[in-house]
Design a protein around this ligand. Structure first.
Ligand code: HEC
Length: 142
């Protein structure tokens, strides 16, 4: 009887070590895409990545950067007609233009209603963008 218990304990210990060995092997596996694959996607820009962002910058990251970040449709479509597709790096934006584009929509960009971005918030964002160019944002693709 005692021998049986000892045997099953031994077996269980063996299984546990086996599992550990398997997960260790996983941690050692090479990260990233296989050689010759496509380049990695740029990381999305989030507030967590810009912990120091306040005011207009924080509002821009929260409300605009999902489209105007390096992976977004705003970035991609502006790249077709602008030398600088990144709104944060532009030096030619005025507050009026930013507010008009956001409220009325422009080209493929939908109009952004007050329920989504308040007048006060949009003013902050517009002032932030008009004060650009701002330094290389985290996760920007070059
Ligand atoms: C749903 C995606 C989306 C969101 C959200 C979005 N945009 Fe856009 N934005 C676009 C696209 C797409 C374009 C390019 C339009 C085109 O050229 O067809 C654009 C263009 C612009 C332009 C025009 C730039 C130029 O030089 O003509 C401005 C300014 C702008 N966006 C500001 C903003 C601001 C400010 C916000 C946040 C309040 C915002 N956008 C949120 C998709 C978006």
């Amino acid at each position: 009887m005692n021998r049986r218990i000892a045997l099953s304990l031994l077996l269980a210990a063996g299984l546990l070590t086996g599992c550990e060995a398997a997960s260790d092997a996983g941690a050692d596996a090479p990260a990233g895409p296989p050689a010759g694959g496509p380049p990695p996607m740029p990381q999305p820009i989030t507030l967590a990545k810009r912990p120091d962002a306040t005011g207009g910058e924080a509002a821009y990251v929260a409300k605009c950067v999902m489209c105007h970040g390096p992976n977004g449709m705003g970035f991609g479509l502006l790249a077709r007609r602008m030398d600088q597709p990144d709104l944060e790096k532009r030096d030619d934006l005025t507050t009026d233009y930013v507010e008009l584009a956001a409220r009325q929509g422009i080209g493929n960009m939908p109009a952004i209603p007050r329920g989504e971005v308040s007048d006060a918030e949009l003013r902050q964002i517009a002032e932030y963008l008009a004060a650009g160019p701002h330094g290389a944002p985290a996760g920007a693709a070059q």
